[in-house]
Design a protein around this ligand. Structure first.
Ligand code: 13P
Ligand code: SF4
Length: 326
């Protein structure tokens, strides 16, 4: 059943451009950032009020790069656990804070390190490419890391004689195989939020807004990606919509993305792609960071990401390889 059987007028998707008035809690966060010498790194899926007080808002690749180059003493990471862990691995001497340590990722959970270690034991020659959405333990077992923004570039550089295992996202892996022509074994993991888009729900939406290009994240299933005009990371979505002449787009990813798009391209209209049930495809983990938790985290200097030195060292190599290859 579709919730969009009667097309809504495009005005319904247009957010009025209002001057942002910060709350007193947001003002205090900005003040504390300076006092504590903290940088606030924020993923595109975070709630709008968190994005508004951040120093940098971007995709996983942009966030890893920012984390690698920052001079600030403290990194406050508004995203999910594996992202904050990546920042800690790149900055072992810095304090890395995550407002809610429970902000996990179902995709990351789909590849436990023990299972990957067992697979590697049975297949010692395999070359492991790990999508950054995985635990530090999985990264430590991998040869190179990639993000959705550089996966094609990374896989293209792996010597042809290597047999590749791609973990943990089978949908991204399948898309990369199509883009590179490189065969890979795929770990059977997926993102619970992105697989909610279906061929039927997107076909209906396309019929309702036939001139709007469809922009999809590669974590979507193949039959959905096949309907898209562009498949890309969240950062590349901003660039695509900026450069494309259309003024309306159907966006197939987590709905936090709409804040970034409407803020940067206020003259354009963005329709959140519908699932079979709704147009509210939120990642429950990304939404765990809130303004009160962020404020407490800056006031108290925790929750902090703490990791064993040996784990940091082992996980760092494949991340640094990714950064030097892209
Ligand atoms: P991006 O790197 O494209 O922002 O994706 C991160 C993510 O978690 C997608 O679900
Ligand atoms: Fe993980 Fe999916 Fe949430 Fe991204 S959207 S953090 S892949 S659960």
């Amino acid at each position: 059943m579709s919730t969009l059987s009667v097309p809504l007028p495009l005005e319904a998707f247009k957010k009025p451009v209002e001057k942002v008035v910060l709350s007193s809690e947001q003002e205090e966060i900005i003040k504390l950032k300076t006092e504590r010498d903290a940088i606030l790194l924020c993923h595109n899926y975070q709630i709008d009020s968190v994005q508004q007080v951040s120093d940098y808002v971007g995709d996983s690749l942009g966030l890893a790069r920012k984390a690698a180059e920052t001079d600030s003493k403290i990194i406050v990471f508004c995203g999910v656990h594996f992202m904050a862990e990546t920042a800690k691995i790149l900055n072992p001497s810095k304090t890395v804070l995550l407002p809610d340590l429970q902000a996990g990722c179902s995709l990351s959970d789909s590849c436990p390190a023990e299972k990957l270690a067992a697979y590697k034991k049975r297949n010692p020659e395999v070359y492991v490419v790990a999508y950054v959405n995985c635990s530090a333990e999985v990264k430590a077992l991998s040869d190179v890391i990639c993000t959705s923004g550089n996966a094609v570039q990374i896989v293209s550089q792996i010597p042809k004689n290597k047999e590749i295992l791609f973990v943990p996202d089978q949908n991204l892996g399948q898309w990369v195989m199509g883009q590179t022509g490189r065969k890979m074994k795929l770990w059977p993991g997926s993102c619970y939020a992105h697989v909610l888009f279906t061929k039927e729900s997107i076909e209906r939406c396309r019929m309702q807004y036939p001139t709007a290009p469809v922009v999809a994240h590669p974590e979507c299933i193949e039959s959905v990606r096949d309907l898209a005009d562009e498949v890309c990371s969240t950062e590349k979505m901003v660039r695509f919509c900026k450069e494309n002449e259309s003024d309306t787009f159907i966006i197939l990813t987590e709905t936090g993305m709409m804040h970034r798009l409407t803020r940067e391209l206020p003259e354009k209209t963005f329709i959140a792609g519908p699932t079979d049930h709704c147009s509210c495809n939120d990642c429950r983990f990304m939404k765990m960071n809130t303004i009160p938790k962020l404020l407490d985290c800056l006031r108290e200097g925790n929750p902090e990401i703490l990791m064993e030195k040996s784990l940091i060292e082992n996980a760092k190599l494949p991340i640094e390889r990714m950064l030097s290859w892209s």
